[in-house]
Structures are given as C-alpha cells and as structure tokens.
Ligand binder design. Sequence first.
Ligand SMILES: NC(=O)c1ccc[n+]([C@@H]2O[C@H](COP(=O)([O-])OP(=O)(O)OC[C@H]3O[C@@H](n4cnc5c(N)ncnc54)[C@H](OP(=O)(O)O)[C@@H]3O)[C@@H](O)[C@H]2O)c1
Length: 215
Amino acid sequence: MRIGILGACQTGGRLGTILARAGHEVVFSHARSRDKLERLAREAGPTARAGTPAEAAGADPVLPAVHWSRLDDVPEQAGDLAGRIVLTCSLAMSEDDSHLVIGHTSSGPEALAARLPGAKVVAAFNTVPGELPFPVFEASGRTALPPDLIRRGDGPAAKARVAELIAEVGFKPVGLGKLRTARHMEPSGLVISLLACGGDGGPELGCRFLRVPRE
Ligand SMILES: NC(=O)c1ccc[n+]([C@@H]2O[C@H](COP(=O)([O-])OP(=O)(O)OC[C@H]3O[C@@H](n4cnc5c(N)ncnc54)[C@H](OP(=O)(O)O)[C@@H]3O)[C@@H](O)[C@H]2O)c1
C-alpha cells in the first residue's frame, strides 16, 4: 500500500516507520522541518520518503497524526481527501491535554469525518500509547497473544484495509462497529493512558479482551 503520514512525531513517525519496514511505500510529511522528515525516512528504510502534505494526501490511506487542536491544518495542507481512507489516530484532546473536548454525542473521528466530506474515516491507534506499536511489531510472529486494537469506521472496504495494517503492525484487530462507536471508545483511551503512564512498568501497555466461557 502507499501510505501518507501527516505529522511525523511520536505517533505518525513511529507508525510510518513500522509500516515502511513492513514493506509499504510511506510518505512522511507535515513536520516543521524538512530535515526531520528526511531523517525519519532514511531511518525507516528504502520504501519511505519525505514529501509534502499534498504528496502524502495522494496516498491511500492517509494518516493525520497531529494534535487535535491543529487538525484543521490537515485539509488545509492536504487538500481534498474525498474518496481516500483517512486513518485517524487522534484523540480529541484540549490544547493542554487535560480533557477530551468532544464527547457523549460525538467524538473526534466523527467530527473529523464531518470536516472531510467524502473521505472514508476509520479510527484506530488512538486508544493505545504511542510507545506500544514498536515493541508489538518487534514481537509479532513470536507471540501467540498479541494485544487487541480496536478500530471503528464506516465502509467495509476501508475497515478491512485498516484491519490488514493493524495486523501487520502486530495487533489483533477488533472491529467495534460504525464510526459513531468512537464516542464510546475515546474516554477509554484516557484510562489506558493513565495506566500506561502510572507506575514504573513503562508506557508500553496493551490490553486484550477475554470472553470467559460459561461453566
Ligand atoms: N503520543 C501518544 O502516545 C498518542 C497515543 C495515541 C494517540 N495519539 C494522537 O496522535 C496525534 C499526534 O500525537 P503525537 O503525540 O504524535 O504528537 P506530536 O508528537 O506533537 O506530533 C505532532 C506532529 O505534528 C507536526 N506539526 C506540524 N505543524 C505543526 C504546528 N504548527 N504545531 C505543532 N505541531 C505541528 C509536528 O511537527 P514537528 O515534528 O516539527 O514537531 C509533529 O510531527 C494526536 O492527535 C494524539 O491524540 C498520540
């Protein structure tokens, strides 16, 4: 697949690197320094390159990885994303990251879909710590128990494509349903973040859902 990353730091940089190492063609864009994008692409491997947001937006899927407060920059920089799969990893956090700014009757992914007419928005990776995907990728194939990763979205083809990417990173994809279910999921991302940042075990915290058999 050709994958376009907008925002190249903790989340975009890491996911783009993993996906390039999994063999995908990745375009890194929308950091504040071109040198940083070039360096990231070099480290990610031969299938990665630095580009402009417009070049990244020519890929499918496109992954906006910027802070929620800057998400309006994405359509501004990338142009029309109609018809593209937009894989959002963004949590709709306030500028100081103290609370969700959308909830109860909507969510970040739903609000993003309303801003990007015709785009096929699928949400994933926003409820796990950014530090988790690398160790999961490195362990993939060596563990029978990969962590679960929930995705939500509209459009079966878009969801199937994102599920493929999730599995390539090393997680077990779990479909929660339509994009509107993101409003139930986003607050749980904060619970996971609190658990990941608390204690001294490190932030690489994943989770698995267990269906316990009846006696
Ligand atoms: N970090 C996590 O653990 C985590 C987990 C789940 C979801 N997320 C979500 O992922 C998204 C990105 O988070 P992150 O932690 O990766 O953020 P981040 O490290 O701050 O990265 C944001 C990216 O946006 C770029 N950017 C471009 N123009 C910018 C501007 N004018 N001002 C600020 N940044 C600008 C930054 O450029 P530079 O490279 O030049 O700084 C950077 O590459 C967020 O929506 C967050 O909710 C993060």
